[in-house]
Design a protein around this ligand. Structure first.
Ligand SMILES: NC(=O)C1=CN([C@@H]2O[C@H](COP(=O)(O)OP(=O)(O)OC[C@H]3O[C@@H](n4cnc5c(N)ncnc54)[C@H](O)[C@@H]3O)[C@@H](O)[C@H]2O)C=CC1
Ligand SMILES: O=C(CO)COP(=O)(O)O
Ligand SMILES: [Zn+2]
Length: 352
């Protein structure tokens, strides 16, 4: 008997373009959500876009509530859940970077409420995904959560965000190359379920972004358009796989570990990009395609060295040798690299 079944959860409305923040209300009305909206953001995104979203709902006769969170943690998720219960929220809107969106996603999932994603930076591919990722103690949990019902990505807002956030989004996409390689390896070695569709979509997304590198330039709103479409596509790959595997391999373990141990971690996308240079080297050796990964990052102005990340060499080596401990996810790092091998990989690739 054929007994497989699968659920692919995707957003219903993905609205991308110049000035579409003003269409947030329309995108929500279409969803037939009931009750009071709760707008969740962090301080800068609240000032940049959150207040305008609150005003739209106020003008339309809704009674919006708002909460501004300072950090990405399970405490913040609990804080938002408590606030939503206090104000009897009917649905939520997450306005901000990856952290604000993940917190909203996880709180909404816990309460069984619908949620809408309003990214203010094209900095990561969680804007559409059905995963929430928050550190807890020494580990990081990437948990299944309902994906947003709608995504409203205003390229005018995204283009005004600091440029480094956009290059971080590009690097998060470029890291799909190594993430898919790790996924394939885990499939072959550990029989981890693999989705051809999700793997191909993730890889194609990275290829299309790299092919468009010459159009991704500071001050060009079209860049935000190109990057956000890639982020949506990568998020869809995660939804198809029902896992972050298509977009998160050893390079992400390395970045999550840096978030734990570096005194001043860099942006998520920038860290995974530098990680991808080294893990591509581990996959394909000194003559392999690690130079292509490095050059693709360099072409869009993302960091390619520890120095450019603002992280010292020792911390990079420590993160590389301990990254496999972050979570139970088989990658090219296997059960861990020796310090000598980590130094070799980081040195040959010019990361340290
Ligand atoms: N759930 C998922 O599938 C995924 C989750 N993530 C998570 O997302 C997080 C990283 O997201 P990021 O956006 O890099 O970090 P973030 O959310 O901390 O944002 C970075 C900084 O940019 C600021 N910012 C955002 N929009 C701005 C704007 N328009 N103007 C000025 N400043 C602005 C924020 O206030 C913050 O200080 C990580 O925790 C990562 O694990 C990343 C990828 C996928
Ligand atoms: O950052 C992500 C994909 O780009 C999400 O992956 P994680 O599951 O490693 O948090
Ligand atoms: Zn990522």
């Amino acid at each position: 008997m054929f007994d497989k079944s699968t659920w692919i959860r995707l957003p219903r409305n993905v609205v991308v373009g110049h000035g579409v923040l003003e269409q947030t209300l329309d995108a929500v009305d279409e969803l037939h959500l009931a009750g009071r909206p709760l707008v969740v953001s962090s301080p800068t995104p609240h000032a940049v876009a959150g207040e305008r979203v609150v005003d739209q709902f106020e003008d339309a006769g809704y009674d919006p509530a708002e909460v501004v969170i300072d950090e990405a943690s399970f405490d913040a998720v609990q804080q938002v859940i408590a606030h939503a219960e206090d104000v009897d929220a009917g649905f939520m809107l997450g306005v901000g970077g990856g952290k604000a969106i993940d917190i909203t996603k996880m709180a909404a999932d816990d309460l069984g409420l619908g949620f809408v994603s309003v990214p203010t930076a094209a900095s990561h591919d969680g804007i559409v995904s059905g995963r929430g990722s928050v550190p807890e103690g020494d580990t990081r949990h990437s948990v299944a959560a309902e994906p947003p019902l709608a995504v409203v990505a205003d390229t005018e807002v995204l283009a005004e965000a600091p440029w480094r956030l956009t290059t971080a989004g590009c690097a998060d996409i470029i890291s799909n190359y190594t993430a898919v390689r790790d996924w394939e390896l885990a499939h072959r070695l550990k029989n981890v379920p693999y989705s051809e569709y999700a793997g191909a979509l993730s890889q194609m997304t990275a290829e299309m972004l790299v092919d468009s590198a010459s159009s991704i330039k500071k001050g060009l709103e079209e860049s935000s358009w190109i990057v956000v479409k890639a982020l949506v596509s990568s998020g869809v790959a995660m939804s198809i796989a029902d896992s972050s595997r298509p977009a998160s391999g050893a390079e992400h373990l390395f970045s999550h570990q840096l978030d734990r141990i570096a005194p001043d971690p860099a942006l998520h996308g920038h860290q995974v990009g530098v990680g991808a240079i080294m893990t591509e080297y581990l996959h394909s050796g000194p003559k392999g395609r690690w130079r292509d990964v490095r050059d693709a990052l360099g072409a869009i102005g993302a960091p390619t060295t520890a120095n450019e990340l603002g992280i010292d060499d020792e911390t990079v080596i420590e993160a590389l040798t301990t990254a496999h401990e972050i979570r139970d996810r088989y990658t090219v790092l296997g059960d861990g690299m020796s310090e000598e091998a980590a130094i070799e990989a980081a040195t040959v690739t010019g990361v340290v």
